[in-house]
Design a protein around this ligand. Structure first.
Ligand SMILES: Nc1nc2c(ncn2[C@@H]2O[C@H](COP(=O)(O)OP(=O)(O)O)[C@@H](O)[C@H]2O)c(=O)[nH]1
Ligand SMILES: [Mg+2]
Ligand SMILES: [Zn+2]
Length: 291
């Protein structure tokens, strides 16, 4: 028995990377019976088969996480991409993606793309927005191939990309893996062409050692799944202050002697992060399900 990782799943076959080579496998029937379907990113035990016969996936090892749409397991990093300009950065979406990553136990990496379209004050302001999170942050230009080398070196393990449309996700993937040549650019053109092609998600092994998922996208957490007092757990920038509030269970909204609010007043938490947190927390409270 060998172990490997599923790179691709197409038409009942699985390409499993094991011991430096790719072995085409079928899955044992028992998976279907158990209702567990092997997915890209799964660590599996395989019987490698022979030269003339494909291998067999015998076991799926425990998953550290699972993402649907695209279905991928064991994601280590989420690159959350913003554009410094064009489109205007959607920081609320960014925060939601960061929360979703934290919730799944995925390390976020922030990438500010299109630095060629903004002045340094603007880029610095965006970097500053997330500084106290401690997340790695890379300012790059996919168009001019700036900053990509440092980014690729920081990728260890399985890495997914997410961000609003037009920020340059496909362009970044193409830079990381030039042989892919994903379509980039005008959305309306992409949608027209997209109707005729179904792409299958594939894990690409980079020369530098990391692995990227070739299909951008990441199913966000529905924040209404959270209890309002849970939300703060996904804000590493609040962590140093949370225990210092007067009330245990403080949600840092209207409570007196709140250390988180004091930290933001003193610039130790970015004002934007705090105000978007307050907005999301209030939304969760407003939509609270009593069940
Ligand atoms: N000026 C500039 N344009 C870029 C950069 N990266 C991507 N673009 C352009 O932005 C548009 C959207 O890029 P795309 O990769 O398709 O974005 P996606 O929707 O996130 O996959 C395309 O026209 C790209 O050529 C960059 O660093 N600078
Ligand atoms: Mg794209
Ligand atoms: Zn508080």
């Amino acid at each position: 028995m060998m172990t490997g990782i599923i790179l691709k799943a197409v038409g009942g076959f699985y390409d499993v990377f094991s011991d430096g080579r790719v072995i085409r496998c079928r899955a044992r029937g028992k998976f279907r019976k158990d209702g567990v379907i092997p997915v890209v990113g799964d660590h599996v035990e395989i019987n490698p088969g022979s030269n003339v016969q494909e291998g067999t996936i015998e076991n799926i090892l425990d998953r550290r996480n699972f993402l649907g749409r695209p279905a991928v397991a064991n994601v280590d990093n989420l690159i959350v991409i913003l554009a410094a300009a064009s489109p205007e950065p959607d920081l609320l979406l960014t925060d939601k993606l960061l929360i979703s990553a934290e919730y799944k136990g995925i390390q976020p990496i922030i990438v500010i793309n299109k630095t060629d379209l903004a002045d340094s004050a603007r880029i610095e302001a965006l970097v500053g927005e997330f500084r106290n999170t401690g997340y790695p942050c890379h300012a790059i230009s996919a168009k001019h191939n700036l900053g990509l080398e440092a980014l690729v070196k920081s990728i260890k393990g399985i890495t997914a990309l997410a961000g609003q449309s037009g920020v340059g996700k496909s362009s970044v993937i193409n830079r990381l893996c030039p042989k892919l040549q994903l379509e980039t650019g005008d959305l309306s053109v992409k949608i027209q062409r997209g109707r005729h092609t179904t792409r299958h998600v594939e894990l690409i092994i980079l020369d530098e050692g990391g692995m990227i998922i070739d299909t951008p996208g990441f199913s966000q957490l529905d924040l209404n799944e959270l209890q309002p007092e849970q939300l703060q757990e996904f804000y590493p920038d609040f962590k140093p202050f949370r225990d210092k509030c007067r009330f245990t269970g403080c949600m840092h909204l209207n409570e007196p002697d709140c250390a988180v609010k004091e930290a933001f007043a003193e610039g130790e938490i970015s004002e934007g992060r705090y105000s978007r947190y307050a907005r999301l927390a209030k939304d969760i409270i407003a939509n609270r399900r009593y069940d």
